[in-house]
Ligand binder design. Structure first.
Ligand code: ATP
Ligand code: MG
Length: 138
């Protein structure tokens, strides 16, 4: 099992000035930052990242949203990183997110839900390598 996951602080959270507060929650959750940068995804790049959702009805909306402003992309390290980070961010729909989770605190809706977390070790590696070269992963 890998000890790394990948995250993006999404454009809604960037716009609201929540990046620092979210990074503090990630830090307090025991995650080490192994890579980090701010990026404004083009529609094409956002579409490529979320290609697994291409057939879903919300794909167009998701691509428009994720390319609507800068994000903070990061690779995070911790034992059991993927599962523990999904717990820290909370449910996709903030209405169902538990108290104390990042989405409960900062997400407005299922679409504008503040943060991404990888759903498997395999995808964590693919997603981290999408944003960061080997030289940028520490
Ligand atoms: P993420 O992959 O961003 O961490 P997730 O794994 O909790 O989120 P997914 O099912 O992978 O959820 O969906 C990816 C993203 O697509 C969601 O985070 C959300 O922004 C968007 N999304 C999912 N379902 C809907 C929906 N019904 N309507 C609008 N947007 C949605
Ligand atoms: Mg997902």
């Amino acid at each position: 099992m890998s000890n790394r996951t990948f995250t993006m602080i999404k454009p809604d959270a960037t716009r609201k000035g929540n990046t620092g507060a979210i990074l503090e929650m990630i830090n307090n959750g025991g995650f080490r930052i192994a890579a980090m940068k701010m990026v404004h995804l083009s529609k094409e790049k956002a579409g490529e990242f979320y290609a697994v959702h291409k057939e879903r009805p919300f794909y167009g909306e998701l691509v428009d949203f994720m390319s609507s402003g800068p994000i903070t992309a990061a690779i995070l390290e911790k034992d059991n990183a993927v599962d523990d980070f999904r717990k820290l961010i909370g449910a996709t729909n903030p209405a169902q997110a538990e108290e104390g989770t990042i989405r409960k605190k900062f997400a407005a809706s299922i679409g504008e839900n503040a943060i991404h977390g990888s759903d498997s070790d395999e995808n964590a590696k693919i997603e981290g390598d999408f944003f960061f070269s080997k030289l940028e992963q520490f």
